[in-house]
Design a protein around this ligand. Structure first.
Ligand SMILES: Cc1cc2nc3c(=O)[nH]c(=O)nc-3n(C[C@H](O)[C@H](O)[C@H](O)COP(=O)(O)OP(=O)(O)OC[C@H]3O[C@@H](n4cnc5c(N)ncnc54)[C@H](O)[C@@H]3O)c2cc1C
Length: 556
């Protein structure tokens, strides 16, 4: 990726076929598809890339067994098609970036023979719908086998488990890999740039977006022939800018997750809790060295803050603890995150957990705005394909076929599962660091470690007990447009998801390198570090965890 200032200069002077608004999964997918089909494309993101819903998911690449259950119980053909398409996309996502995604076996505990039959038939149906894209067959595990693999399960009434396959991924890094692939293909991207208005031509069609640069405070104009609104939960806001008074289409649902040490449950397997108090499922999944537990589902508005609250953390623990011999407690939580599901309102009064996870490409003929609404991470590519087909039609261009189903992402070339061992051999880094880099960057990890050739200090860990090294901070700033400590610690390295306390401890070192790279003054550096630490303290306070406080670590 270009540096932000170089990108900004070029974008202002240029004129584009397509401007994609929103740098989450949907926007990144649209931008890549369009650029690969020959459209000159720019992507504009109000915050950091992947800063909203796309880094707050349950990290599952899935058709959705719960949606299949709804499809069957309500004879809902729409839900069935959503599941079928997602299962096809699941395989594509795994194949295009295997360093960021892997198949996963999930286990459903059953407490009666009836439950065994019910889930066995359901999962066989899931396998069957997957067809050639099946990852591996679902199967019944005996009570003994289930307890061997999950010794933490309450054994008194357990009859057995049903194990089935889905995919799992690193959502923030997948989003960044899509953007890296897009910019490597010639596309332009800019973060911290918010669309705040549009200019129309004499026929009322959008021709320019007015954009606020969140870092300098300046405004710029972006010229394009077509604009795609890929702003997820914020899509109604852009629709309103293009056509004041337009009917709102989205209903928003908040989902919270908590993370705990993976050894808190003495199992490396993923658990699906099939029934919660509010009629949902929750997952407890090993993910990048932690146990990820989620999610809640609560209808909200855009004004609600996306932070995990104490009652949400307690709710998740309560649902999970019903299945565990040794209950987990709040003090074991190491971090958490919350996001907003952008669900397309169906017009009926169903609760948000029952709304279909399908997407819609809406064309506003009066302004020409194309909005991509709803969907799931798993279907981002199919959503983009539909959206770009629509763009090509609007531009009356000869139809160019979509090639993203077979387009490997940046970091894929030459990658294999034991690539990390080569990093250990070639660069002398620890096994932990090599594994981390291999699974965050694929073979692009070489570019990260090459930064340390002349400055061996950059091979040092960002913080003890986590694989990330200081070179990632430099790489994040120079090649991935990171501009804040949170950009680095949350979405680039993932340390903020691994541990709030460790992220907090890493902030001064990260701030020092960023200050050097970005030319921050000592005051700016101090503010950045203290601002980040205060934010983490607040996240901890909100769920009732004793934060180390701004006592020892704050700068100055
Ligand atoms: C709790 C939860 C769990 C989930 N789990 C899964 C899962 O396991 N698997 C799965 O497949 N899906 C899952 N999903 C769904 C999936 O995460 C979302 O469908 C997907 O991330 C939406 O991506 P998006 O790009 O549309 O939206 P976002 O990621 O929210 O991106 C929209 C972007 O637009 C930007 N923006 C807003 N306004 C403007 C503006 N004016 N100018 C410029 N940019 C703007 C925002 O800053 C934001 O970055 C989950 C969702 C939630 C909330």
């Amino acid at each position: 990726m270009k540096s932000r200032s170089v990108a900004l200069n070029g974008i202002e002077k240029d004129s584009f076929d397509l401007c994609v608004i929103g740098g989450g999964a949907t926007g990144a997918g649209c931008a890549l598809d369009a650029q690969l089909r020959g459209l000159r494309t720019v992507l504009i993101e109000a915050g950091d890339f992947a800063c909203a819903t796309s880094s707050s998911s349950t990290k599952l690449i899935h058709g959705g067994v719960r949606y299949l259950e709804q499809a069957v119980s309500e004879r809902d053909l729409g839900q069935y098609h959503v599941v079928k398409r997602a299962l096809r996309e699941r395989k594509i996502m795994l194949d295009n970036a295997p360093f960021l995604a892997n198949p996963l076996e999930l286990m459903v505990p059953c407490f009666s023979r009836r439950e065994i039959y019910y889930f066995r038939i359901g999962m066989k149906l899931y396998d069957w719908i997957s067809g050639p894209n099946m990852l591996f067959q679902s199967r019944h595990l005996s009570r003994e086998e289930s307890l061997r693999r999950m010794p933490m399960l309450k054994s008194d009434r357990l009859v057995g488990t049903i194990a089935y396959a889905d995919g799992q991924f690193d959502d923030a890094r997948y989003n960044l890999a899509l953007l890296q692939t897009f910019t490597k293909s010639g596309g332009e991207a800019l973060n911290h740039a918010r669309v705040v208005g549009f200019k129309k031509n004499g026929k009322g069609q959008l021709v320019q977006a007015r954009v606020h640069d969140g870092l300098s405070g300046d405004y710029l104009q972006i010229r394009a022939r077509v604009f795609i609104n890929a702003t997820g939960p914020f899509a109604d806001g852009i629709r309103e800018l293009a056509k004041p008074g337009v009917r709102r289409r989205l209903r928003l649902s908040k989902g919270s997750h908590i993370l705990l040490p993976v050894d808190a449950v003495t199992s490396n397997d993923a658990l699906l809790v099939p029934k919660t108090d509010d009629g949902r499922v929750i997952f407890a999944i090993p993910w990048l060295g932690r146990l990820l537990v989620g999610t809640t589902d609560e209808e909200i508005t855009l004004q609600d803050e996306m932070v995990v609250k104490e009652e949400e953390a307690e709710y998740l623990l309560k649902q999970l603890n019903r299945y565990l011999v040794r209950p987990l407690n709040k003090n074991q939580i190491v971090s958490g995150f919350a996001g907003m599901r952008p669900l397309v309102a169906s017009g009926n009064p169903r609760g948000t957990k029952e709304l279909i996870r399908d997407h819609e490409v809406e064309v506003d003929s009066s302004s020409g705005l194309i909005s991509v609404l709803g969907g799931k991470w798993t279907t981002y590519r199919a959503m983009a394909q539909d959206a770009i087909d629509t763009v090509m039609q609007r531009l009356a261009m000869p139809a160019v076929p979509c090639i993203t189903s077979n387009h490997r992402l940046a970091g894929f070339d030459g990658w294999r599962p034991n690539f990390w061992a080569e990093l250990v051999r070639e660069y002398g880094v620890s096994k932990e660091t090599a594994w981390h880099l291999s699974h965050k960057f694929g073979t692009t990890a070489i570019e990260v470690l090459d930064l340390a050739k002349d400055t061996p200090l950059l091979k040092e860990p960002i913080v003890e007990g986590f694989g990330s090294v200081l070179a990632e901070v430099v790489y994040g700033v120079r090649e991935e447009m990171a501009t804040s400590i949170e950009d680095i610690l949350a979405r680039r390295t993932g340390l903020q998801f691994f541990s709030w306390e460790q992220a907090r401890a890493a902030a001064p070192a990260v701030g020092a390198i960023m200050a050097h790279e970005l030319g921050w003054s000592p005051v700016q550096q101090k503010d950045a570090v203290n601002g980040y630490i205060s934010k983490i303290d607040r996240l901890m306070d909100l769920i009732g965890l004793a934060s180390p406080g701004s006592r020892s670590l704050s700068v100055g």
